[in-house]
Design a protein around this ligand. Structure first.
Ligand code: SAM
Ligand code: SF4
Length: 473
């Protein structure tokens, strides 16, 4: 895909800062919106264009009921047109919560003496992975605090362990990372271990606010963090995830900055982020935060819809920080990946802890459904739960670009692979009631494939029923 470069105040130079807060505020304060302009911008998204800052500001400045309805409708239509009804499932695995930083919002911050510090031993790590595999998980994100113990070598070793450990028919086929930013050599090391996406959230793109929430520790350096994913790209790790922690500063500013970060990566490396995350601040042990910048559910819904329209080709992640009901709604507006069966206390996939103890976790989660319950609800909504990892493993990197830009890609690859991975799940892990619903959804999705593809998928499903695994195209 070719990107059209845009000209902003700070030119895009690899590894150099690119956020100009005055420029972003200038757009937000001086870009009038109207229902007609909103419609024009939505048309640009529907034609598969990533929006400019000015166009994004038109959507963010839309306050009338009609415009907001239009934005949500547009996001829904875009999501259906580009991504269909698939939702990719994954699980977070907290490996260690030691941390040298003191982020005001996080239960793991160094000054929080109430937090019980722990790093999984090799044996505990293996047991957690086995427990995850036994519930049917295929994709993990490993999460770490920032600590000298969690070196690139250590992170790389946990990635290798996750791929190596296999339980019954289970296996982990994709391992992503959310950890402190590394230097170029460090990113190279974790890439060699086979890491999928490396996520680093800027938390807030507003420099002064960033300084107040990150008073000390390595994370206090705004520019070093902002250039993290440039360093990943320089190391050849081109699959990166960006994000902002919603609630630290004005959410509209953060949306603009996420779009700016996207076009910085496009301009410098000709590849945008693989995923965007927009976690909302949740209660945490000894939380020291005001709620001045809290985004309401209504604003958060708008945020999701506007981001979907602004960056049509990028995966969007919504985690169990949000309650099930809201997640079910937001899925329609463009979320493409959710976690299921999430447990965030260290060691809790084995111990079955119920995510209740804030002194043993980073923040409170609000969706405590098991993986199977989440899958059932997705099926009920007519969604197609997917554990697909085919593109990444076939070297078709940048799969979102392909889904997005190669005509028919979803019908040829994504839907068949989603069906095949769901079929595996139904065979190996689902209770009878879920399996019954699941096979109905599979049949419905098969009907939408052409005859040749349908026959091929049916033949592969037969092989899955006879015990073959990991079939994809
Ligand atoms: N320690 C690494 C770092 O800071 O980059 C890994 C990130 S941390 C384990 C994962 C993310 O959780 C953070 O980047 C932040 O956005 C989010 N987070 C921290 N505290 C939170 C809270 N109270 N509520 C919701 N999300 C939070
Ligand atoms: Fe440490 Fe990350 Fe939490 Fe900050 S957000 S205190 S760096 S774990």
């Amino acid at each position: 895909m070719q990107f059209t470069p845009e000209v902003y105040h700070i030119p895009d130079i690899p590894m150099q800062p690119f956020i100009d807060a005055d420029e972003i505020w200038d757009y937000l304060n001086n870009t009038p919106s109207s229902p007609e302009k909103v419609r024009q911008v939505i048309d640009r998204s529907m034609a598969k264009n990533r929006l400019t800052l000015e166009e994004t500001a038109i959507l963010l400045n839309a306050t009338g009921e009609e415009s907001i309805r239009e934005i949500k409708r547009g996001a829904k239509a875009l999501k259906t047109k580009i991504y269909g009804n698939r939702i990719v499932l994954f699980a977070p695995l907290y490996v260690g919560n030691k941390c040298v930083n003191d982020c005001a919002y996080c239960g793991f911050r160094a000054s929080n003496r109430d937090q019980v510090r722990k790093t999984l031993s090799q044996n505990e790590l293996e047991k957690e992975i086995e427990a995850l595999e036994e519930s049917g998980q295929k994709r993990l994100i490993l999460v770490f605090g920032e600590h000298p113990q969690y070196s690139p070598e250590f992170i790389a070793e946990t990635v290798r362990t996750a791929y190596r450990v296999k339980k019954g028919r289970g296996e982990i086929r994709r391992v992503n990372i959310n950890a402190a930013p590394l230097d170029i050599e460090g990113f190279r090391l974790v890439k060699e271990a086979g890491v999928g996406t490396y996520q680093v959230f800027q938390e807030t793109y507003h420099r002064e606010s960033y300084a107040t929430y990150h008073p000390r520790g390595k994370k206090a350096d705004y520019d070093h963090r902002l250039a993290s994913l440039d360093r990943a790209q320089e190391a050849g790790l081109d699959d990166v995830g960006i994000g902002a922690l919603i609630g630290l500063y004005d959410w509209r500013f953060e949306v603009m900055a996420l779009v700016r970060h996207t076009n910085h990566l496009e301009a410098c490396y000709n590849v945008g982020p693989h995923t965007i995350s927009f976690p909302r601040i949740k209660d945490a042990s000894m939380l020291r935060m005001g709620n001045h910048y809290f985004a309401s559910d209504e604003e958060f819904t708008r945020l999701v819809a506007i981001l979907r329209l602004a960056v049509p080709y990028t995966g969007m992640i919504l985690t169990a920080r949000e309650p099930a009901e809201l997640r079910n709604e937001l899925i329609q507006y463009g979320v493409s990946q959710i976690d299921g069966g999430t447990k965030i206390e260290l060691g809790s996939y084995v111990s079955q802890q119920k995510n209740l103890n804030l002194n043993r976790s980073q923040f409170r989660i609000n969706d405590n459904r098991s993986l199977n319950e989440a899958i059932e609800e997705l099926l009920q909504q007519g969604m197609l739960p997917s554990f697909c990892t085919a593109c990444y493993r076939l070297g078709r990197t940048g799969e979102h670009f392909m889904e997005f830009s190669v005509p028919g890609f979803i019908k040829r690859f994504c839907t068949p692979n989603a069906i095949l991975t769901l079929a595996e799940y139904l065979e190996d892990y689902a209770p009878a009631k879920t399996a019954e619903k699941g096979w109905k959804v599979i049949e419905k999705n098969m009907d939408e494939l052409n005859e040749k593809m349908r026959n091929e998928v049916r033949e592969k499903i037969d092989r899955i029923k006879q015990g073959e695994r990991d079939l994809y195209r």
